[in-house]
Design a protein around this ligand. Structure first.
Ligand code: AMP
Ligand code: GLY
Length: 428
């Protein structure tokens, strides 16, 4: 098989690594990929949003299957373009990807299908938004309706902060088109975790749950990022918990999209929060999570191409998982998620004895240099989570004398869910 992976981040490198284990896969094309993928894949210089060029390339190079990483490509309609050209592609259509692309749409679906989530209202005018904030009080959460590169969410501690956020988004166009409308949402408290599933129409096959760490700095301080580290599975979450989440959240979401005439094929990702009343949805994504994918796929025993083929054919892929734990810690460019330098030389990774999943890297004169905010992720699998993180942190010591890069020192199981969560949830 020839398989094409669209995207350039850590998530896509992890997908490429998994595909490279398959004895059915002859060539992997990474479009445009990153430097870390060069040993496993052929990189192709086409932009993720250039649908016509992607379709032409897939045709000319006899690509049997295309896997889409980033949400923007999905919302640009890359899947529709491939389907129209009669090419096989794994991901939701533009209409189905709206569950990620519009927070108001996602909230409407949840409301109409009784999927547990925080109370909310959507606004396109400032005055009623301010009145609603006044009415509900703080803390309260203000979200841009559209995609805003993970920056469109303000968890406001005070009414004045919330009002300012609403004004910035609605009046000052802080996120352009994405914040012409906002969702104002109840503040929810609890541990967050992510549950991804392979989905085709109303068939839902969950993966292992994962725990992301979104804040930039230790002790969950600093701004929200795309994710600074993760592990899977999540201690304290039982098989029964996951089954409950599938039945109350992922399954009805898949059925809702099908009923709306936008049957979903691809990865449906639920960002969940374990509240006293059970798991509630923070967000849906229409794709693999990053960095969750980097710690979930290494635990998958199946051939990823066979899983995807089965799911797309409406067959049960028979997912099988290693009885182990996988962890990952992101190394980022100093300044991320704000502005940062690019083109900075990485330390010599060959001396580090680790598995590095690349995100923002390029090569310059035969050496790796940084090319993004999140640079790479050090990953390890072990029978116990603490052992995985011990290995990860040992391999990351090579970054300790490099002021241009930073990583969180506290990613790990201390942040996992209390074992009592499963019991609490069943009280309802
Ligand atoms: P999102 O981009 O929707 O994943 O939101 C980014 C982060 O904001 C989440 O990971 C949460 O930590 C936080 N957040 C979003 N919505 C809520 C909410 N309703 N209550 C509390 N925290 C939230
Ligand atoms: N890790 C969060 C995301 O992929 O959106």
């Amino acid at each position: 098989m020839n398989v094409m992976v669209i995207g350039r981040g850590g998530r896509e490198h992890s997908i490429v690594q998994k595909l490279s284990e398959s004895d059915r896969v002859e060539t992997i094309f990474a479009v445009p990929g990153n430097a870390g993928m060069e040993s496993e894949a052929d990189r192709v210089v086409i932009d993720e949003s250039d649908r016509d060029a992607l379709v032409d390339f897939a045709r000319q190079n006899e690509v049997d299957l295309t896997i889409v990483g980033p949400e923007q490509a999905l919302l640009d309609g890359v899947v529709d373009a491939f389907q129209n050209a009669g090419l096989s592609i794994f991901g939701p259509t533009q209409a189905a990807a709206k569950i990620e692309g519009s927070k108001r749409y996602a909230k409407e679906i949840m409301h109409n299908w009784s999927i547990p989530t925080g109370a909310y209202q959507a606004f396109s005018q400032l005055d009623p938004a301010l009145a609603y904030i006044e009415d509900v009080g703080a803390p309260i959460v203000i979200k841009a309706d559209g995609l805003a590169a993970g920056k469109g969410v303000v968890v406001a501690e005070s009414v004045s902060e919330a009002k300012r956020a609403a004004e910035d988004m609605l009046i000052h166009g802080q996120f352009g088109e994405a914040s012409r409308e906002i969702v104002i949402e109840e503040f929810l408290e609890g541990e967050e975790y992510s549950l991804m599933a392979f989905v085709h129409e109303d068939h839902v096959y969950p993966m292992l749950p994962a725990k992301d760490h979104k804040r930039a700095f230790d002790q969950d301080k600093g701004p929200n990022t795309g994710g600074m580290g993760a592990f899977a599975p999540v201690p304290g979450l039982s098989h029964a918990d996951i089954e409950h989440d599938v039945q109350t959240i992922l399954q009805p979401a898949a059925e809702a999209l099908l009923a709306e005439g936008h049957g979903f094929t691809g990865i449906l990702y639920a960002g969940l929060i374990a509240t006293d009343q059970g798991a509630k949805v923070i967000e849906f994504n229409a794709r693999f999570g990053d960095p969750e994918t980097q710690v979930v796929l290494p635990l998958l025993d199946n051939d990823l191409t066979k899983v995807i083929e089965a799911v797309m054919d409406g067959r049960n892929p028979g997912l099988s998982w290693k009885d182990r734990y996988c962890g990952g810690v992101v190394v980022a460019s100093t300044g991320y998620p704000g502005s940062y330098d690019k083109g900075v030389a990485l330390p010599d990774l060959s001396s580090a004895n680790g598995n590095f999943v690349h995100a923002g890297t390029e090569t310059d004169g035969g050496k790796y240099v940084s090319a993004g905010g999140r640079v790479l992720l050090a990953e390890a699998t072990a029978d116990r989570l603490p052992d995985a993180f011990k290995a990860i942190y040992q391999s990351l010591a090579v970054f300790d004398d490099t002021p241009a890069f930073f990583y969180r020192k506290d990613i790990g199981p201390s942040a996992s869910l209390p074992a009592s969560f499963a019991m609490k949830k069943n009280i309802d």
